[in-house]
Design a protein around this ligand. Structure first.
Ligand code: MN
Length: 491
């Protein structure tokens, strides 16, 4: 079992990445919460304080800003104890009080029917747009609740796990928080698809059985060779692919495990870009690379901004191992996404507008469309499903839901372009307006200035709410004007 988590071990963790921060404040928040929750217990019979402390540890492991960790320690105080938000503000200031208030407004895990559920989701989307840090606390809160889910009745377990898999993990993903997403998915997987979980876990165990020694060997040899070449190795660690993402990859590869090359990956973190390339050369000198699997995402980042060098090599046993080579900045960006920015900026910094734009859009749009459970599907498609990244002819990146079409693209750029769109060139070839777009496509919309409005048939293939909405509204107004014309006296 894990070591017992304490406030001291939390402080020690924070010291490793943010020694300058207000550690007294963190300690004070712990004592404050500990006092407030005294006499309360979790379903697991442990003292309540174990929960906020565990959530704080989850964030410290991800090197999250201590301000957020302080608020996390306090996150259940106003809802569960007699201590008020005012008292939190008096002791910790308005920034922390606002975050705690945001979490408190979202409410707890109680389920009171579909209507209340929808209402809670709406609140969450709004809170997220106001301060994305509230969502980061919510993720940590949820991860610990998932870790201790077995203390709850089965029905409740399933609901919480399902929500984590279908709403929380995709949001974490869109915020670029791969580590958060991965933990949420793997913890929820077992409860949502128990049979698949067992099957995939067995497959993974078989694949890894007896490999620990050789993996350790590869790690040691790599490290020694890099150090010999004067490369500063910040971290070098092997890890198996996460179960849920392994499961999804297997589904894409028709369950053929031999086609999954990254079951084991070794991450190498070095101090600068030149060392990334040098490392690649040194590793290839030791192990033979697999043809066609060397990827330079540093000079050509993935459309979502991901940077690293990837290569798959044969180890001495002939097994395939993937190396992922990156700098610490690239690593933080890839694993912690929006949360990584607080590492560099002084506190109080706002997020870059581009990253939060969709969050604001979601908060706006849910007012119109999130009224019943079936609307949730539309939100999921529009905001939470996997995204594709396509380009305008000028090279601007536009992200859209998977299988979005040129019409969705056109409406995303501007309503007028959507309305007057008359054709499309995809990668310089003429294509139909209902062609599903693919990652990396360059999309050039051809507009007809004289076009009156959208074609109602487009409704049968567009994917985004924006496009649908505009086309429908156009339909309404044309019907109305049509009807008005028909009833008006002819001149
Ligand atoms: Mn909580």
């Amino acid at each position: 079992m894990k070591e017992k988590q304490t406030i001291q071990s939390l402080i020690d963790k924070i010291m490793t990445y943010s020694p300058e921060s207000d550690l007294d404040m963190v300690r004070l928040a712990f004592n404050f919460a500990d006092d407030a929750h005294r006499g309360q217990f979790r379903k697991s019979k442990e003292p309540y304080i174990v929960h906020p402390l565990a959530a704080a540890h989850i964030l410290a492991d991800m090197r999250i800003d201590p301000i957020i960790i302080t608020a996390t320690l306090l996150h259940d105080v106003p809802e569960d104890t007699h201590v008020t938000l005012k008292e939190i503000e008096d002791n910790f200031g308005s920034e922390i009080k606002n975050m705690v208030e945001g979490i408190t407004k979202l409410g707890k895990l109680k389920y009171r029917g579909v209507e209340r559920y929808i209402e809670n989701l709406r609140k969450m989307f709004i809170a997220m747009a106001e301060d994305i840090r509230v969502m980061i606390i919510k993720f940590a809160d949820r991860i610990h609740n998932l870790q201790t889910l077995d203390a709850l009745p089965p029905q409740k377990r399933y609901r919480i796990a399902l929500e984590s898999l279908e709403i929380y993990a995709p949001i974490a993903n869109r915020l670029g928080m791969a580590e958060m997403k991965g933990q949420l998915e793997d913890l929820a997987f077992r409860h949502v698809y128990p049979k698949e979980y067992e099957r995939v876990k067995k497959l993974m165990d078989e694949k890894l059985r007896g490999k620990e020694k050789s993996l350790e060997g590869v790690e040691n040899i790599s490290k020694a060779e890099l150090i010999k070449s004067n490369i500063e190795v910040i971290d070098l660690k092997g890890r198996s692919k996460r179960l849920y993402s392994f499961y999804k990859k297997l589904l894409r590869k028709e369950n053929d495990i031999t086609k999954v090359y990254d079951v084991i990956a070794i991450r190498v973190i070095v101090s600068n870009i030149a060392d990334c390339y040098a490392t690649l050369g040194i590793l290839h000198n030791i192990w033979k690379p697999l043809k066609g699997r060397i990827k330079d995402y540093i000079s050509q980042p993935k459309p979502n901004g991901y940077q690293s060098l990837h290569t798959t090599v044969f180890d001495d046993q002939g097994d395939l191992i993937e190396f992922q080579i990156r700098t610490l900045e690239m690593h933080d960006e890839a694993e912690y996404g929006v949360a990584a920015h607080w590492h560099y900026d002084e506190r109080g910094s706002r997020l870059p507008a581009k990253e939060i734009l969709w969050v604001k859009e979601l908060a706006e749009i849910q007012k119109d469309i999130l009224n019943k459970l079936s609307d949730l599907e539309e939100i999921k498609v529009d905001f939470l499903q996997s995204r594709i990244f396509v380009f305008t002819p000028k090279g601007d990146v536009i992200d859209l839901p998977e299988d979005a079409t040129p019409v969705d693209f056109a409406y995303h750029i501007h309503t007028d372009i959507g309305k007057k769109c008359n054709g499309v060139r995809i990668n310089e070839k003429m294509a139909r307006l209902d062609t599903p777009l693919r990652n990396g496509d360059v999309v050039d919309i051809i507009v007809d200035k004289n076009r009156k409005g959208p074609n109602q048939d487009w409704l049968s293939f567009v994917k985004t709410h924006t496009a649908k909405n505009h086309i429908k509204n156009q339909q309404k107004s044309t019907r109305l004007t049509g009807w008005l014309k028909s009833v008006l006296p002819k001149k």
